[in-house]
Design a protein. Sequence first.
Length: 128
Amino acid sequence: MSKLTSEMTVQQALSLVAQSKVTMDDYLKWDAERMERVKTEARAASSNGRLSVKHSPKGGVSLYGLQRFPVTFSVGQWERLFGTGKGLIDAYVAEHKAAIEAAVAEYATPAGKARIDAAMAAKHAKAA
């Protein structure tokens, strides 16, 4: 039997399973360990305030450390975001800064959070 290593991609590991070189049980254990490593890396990146970037086999580029889950875009989307998108976002935030800060302050209170969550739920229910 071939050995699954941490350097392997999921596709390589599944290929070994398909060739009967690795059992499905071994693959499932390997995948659980792989996912735990990914979670640990993401937690470490977000807990120390560091940002990190990784890419997927499909070409997606993910930014870790901003929030609980990574933000993933294609290279073209990142280029667009940092090109014309940056100016658009900067202008929007500058124009609406007071309203954004007021919304953040309101959402920080239990009553404000309940009111905003109810309004958002009603809006989504109406759209469906």
